[in-house]
Design a protein around this ligand. Structure first.
Ligand SMILES: Cc1cc2nc3c(=O)[nH]c(=O)nc-3n(C[C@H](O)[C@H](O)[C@H](O)COP(=O)(O)OP(=O)(O)OC[C@H]3O[C@@H](n4cnc5c(N)ncnc54)[C@H](O)[C@@H]3O)c2cc1C
Ligand code: FES
Length: 260
């Protein structure tokens, strides 16, 4: 069930160039959230900007009743968010959308993150590890500085492989290149990142006949299924139909998305 809360900001830390980790006190959201869900954030106390901004739930601490958001400043809304200070309150609506499916245990699972797409995968990795899976995280970014929270991912009991466009660390190339270079075929793939990266990964996953769930990104308006501005094309029967990232997604089976 989604909640609306004026969540106190507990901490705010710059974790990469223009990238911030913010922890909020939001016990009800922390209790109900599943990995892959998002909160719709009011970035200002005025009506400008009018629309909320969607951000994935990066991690939850149910004991302390907190959630964390990891975001990159790309425009006005995220710049306003980056200016929040501990003690201020952030109005959030969530948890929203459909999250990742946690499969039965003892599987080899691969998580693929492109850039800030790593945001929802920390929470997912924790839940998958807790359920007894073997997890490999392929984390790609343009350069080392954007491999956000690499130290914290490295503390999890998973295999952590990095890729950078400029070769500053890990393999030179993208997270999709890292996926293509895997020596062992996983049982299932989860991914989040920019849509062109997800389209390329969908082709790679399809080529080796693997099941996959991707967290999709479209611009959002209402966040609750009313405005249709987050629509994408989903294969249905012999044809396709529009689905909404905010309700039927953001996590969606990769093979059903019409990538164009
Ligand atoms: C379900 C979901 C979860 C998300 N989770 C995160 C997250 O955890 N961390 C994070 O940093 N970002 C996340 N995003 C993207 C984030 O919502 C946008 O970056 C943010 O809304 C931009 O707001 P702005 O006012 O700063 O930028 P704007 O001024 O609105 O736009 C600046 C630029 O960003 C582009 N942009 C804006 N929104 C999106 C979008 N939804 N997808 C792709 N490009 C966009 C615009 O086209 C424009 O070029 C998520 C998006 C979705 C749909
Ligand atoms: S944002 Fe309005 S329907 Fe998805």
């Amino acid at each position: 069930m989604p909640y609306i809360a004026d969540a106190p900001v507990l901490s705010r830390r710059e974790v990469g160039p223009g990238c911030f980790l913010v922890e909020l006190e939001a016990p009800a959201v922390a209790q109900d959230a599943v990995p892959g869900q998002f909160v719709h954030v009011r970035v200002s106390t005025t009506l400008d900007p009018f629309l909320r901004r969607p951000l994935s739930i990066h991690r939850v601490d149910t004991r302390r009743g907190t959630i964390s958001l990891l975001f990159q400043v790309v425009g006005r809304g995220t710049a306003l968010l980056a200016g929040m200070r501990p003690g201020e309150r952030l109005n959030i609506l969530g948890p929203l959308g459909r999250g990742f499916t946690v499969l039965p245990p003892s599987r080899d699972l691969v998580l693929v993150a492109g850039g800030i797409g790593v945001a929802p995968l920390f929470f997912l990795a924790e839940r998958l590890l807790g359920a007894g899976h073997r997890v490999t995280l392929l984390h790609g970014a343009r350069t080392q500085a954007y491999l956000l929270l690499a130290d914290e991912f490295a503390t999890l009991p998973l295999t952590y492989l990095q890729a950078t466009d400029d070769g500053s660390t890990g393999i030179r190339g993208t997270a999709v290149d890292a996926f293509a270079g895997l020596e062992r075929r996983p049982d299932f793939v989860y991914a989040a990142g920019p849509m062109p990266m997800l389209a390329a990964l969908a082709a790679a996953v399809r080529a080796v006949r693997l099941g996959a769930e991707f967290s999709l990104e479209e611009r959002m308006g209402c966040g609750v299924g009313a405005c249709m501005c987050c629509s994408f094309k989903s294969r249905e029967g012999e044809g396709w139909a529009y689905r909404r990232v905010c309700v039927e997604g953001p996590v969606y089976p990769a093979e059903k998305v019409v990538w164009e």
